[in-house]
Design a protein around this ligand. Structure first.
Ligand code: SF4
Length: 386
């Protein structure tokens, strides 16, 4: 079966980091030592398990996320890339992304990752100020981040990096200066995330203790609006709430998620969405690294949840993902996935309220969030779907 226009992606989760950043709620863990060959064998085993379920599909993207996958040995990355190419039918322009942190050890491996087949790197820069990097608990300096971007650009065909803004006390002027410096370093893709305080993180405790306060919502919204307009002027318009790219340079892997396409997820805590026999299934792997490893060694996979997504949930998921995108959701895809027309799928009063409020639009045969709608998408989704 060929991939549809949403692509078919493979996600590989590497759950280890050097240290836990205080804002992070990802499935990331710090360990004294990691048996790389054992982990490599297990990731390959779980990959083979899912390949047997999805034979012949054309894979359009492979994404190494984490954790910090640039701490993987390049031999592991290479073995996984080779296995993906063997198990599925690789698209001629298969996108292979690796997330990396800008420490010297990881930079020293960039060439080996490239030689293993990685053709896109996404670097966790987060800030260009040493004081702020310290506050964010990062293990690198601004100078190291700049060096990583330069080496990354010289090594990989495509490069993106992340910054975190709307930090405590950050003024618009501070952010304007930092973003100007970042744009000088940017290639064709940049991800700009507003700092959010997630449950269970060290930052949540610090905010509760009164160590610092988050920016007021109106200031956050002003920063977001200014940022979106600034990136548009720079030729990297937002194609998703936090992601900006020159047209054609979008992350194909992430587009598959947002367009509600199919993807396999392997590694601890990884999620997948697979359409098999016309039914969409959600998969989730065991979250704890050691339990995942043992389960895969025992059973060949560590799938802990596998369930069919009922039509109502399918509609919700598709809308929650698709409205993040500037392009919105085409009516044809909406119909194919949900069996319904856009206007008929929602409560009429709710739909007209968010459209009249200027947050959503149905135009050119698409359901889209407006700029205002994307800036406050959670509230819009609540008003539309609740
Ligand atoms: S390096 Fe990334 S994944 Fe690891 S703890 Fe920090 S933010 Fe989380």
């Amino acid at each position: 079966m060929n991939s549809d226009d949403r692509g078919f992606g493979i996600y590989v989760h590497w759950p280890f980091c050097r240290a836990k950043c205080p804002y992070c709620d990802f499935n990331s863990h710090v360990r004294e030592a990691i048996d790389q060959s054992r982990w490599r064998a297990a990731l390959l085993k779980e990959l083979a398990h899912y390949a047997a379920e999805t034979p012949g599909r054309m894979v359009t993207s492979l994404f190494f996320g984490g954790g910090t996958p640039s701490l993987m040995e390049p031999e592991t990355t290479g073995a996984i890339i080779d296995a993906v190419r063997r198990h599925w039918s690789p698209a001629p322009d298969l996108e292979i992304t690796l997330e990396a942190n800008p420490t010297s050890v990881e930079m020293g491996r960039f060439r080996a990752f490239r030689d293993a087949g990685v053709n896109r790197v996404s670097i966790g820069v987060q800030a260009l100020d040493d004081q702020v990097l310290k506050f964010l608990g990062r293990q690198h300096s601004a100078a190291e981040a700049i060096a990583a971007l330069e080496i990354g650009r010289a090594t990989f065909p495509r490069l993106s990096f992340d910054l975190i803004y709307a930090r405590p006390g950050q003024s618009l002027e501070d952010w304007q200066d930092e973003l100007a410096a970042a744009l000088d370093l940017a290639n064709s893709h940049i991800s700009l995330y507003q700092l959010t305080i997630e449950p269970g993180t060290a930052f949540e405790q610090r905010v509760a203790r009164g160590d610092f306060a988050t920016l007021p919502e109106d200031e956050q919204a002003a920063l977001f609006d200014w940022t979106t307009a600034r990136l548009e002027r720079a030729g990297l318009p937002a194609y998703e709430i936090s992601n900006h790219a020159r047209p054609g340079e979008e992350s194909r892997h992430n587009l598959t998620y947002w367009r509600y396409g199919d993807y396999v997820g392997v590694g601890p805590g990884a999620h997948g969405r697979l359409t098999l026999d016309g039914k969409k299934r959600a998969t989730r792997q065991h979250r704890a690294p050691e339990a995942w490893l043992e389960a895969v060694e025992r059973e060949g996979h560590a799938t802990r949840q596998r369930m069919e997504i009922e039509p109502a949930a399918r509609l919700q998921e598709m809308v929650m993902m698709g409205l993040r995108l500037t392009e919105g959701i085409p009516a044809g895809r909406f119909r194919a996935e949900t069996g319904a027309e856009i206007e008929a799928a929602f409560d009429a009063t709710r739909l007209s309220r968010v459209i009249e409020g200027g947050f959503l639009a149905i135009e050119n045969d698409r359901l889209k969030a407006t700029n205002e709608g994307r800036a406050r998408l959670d509230a819009v989704l609540g008003a539309l779907l609740a």
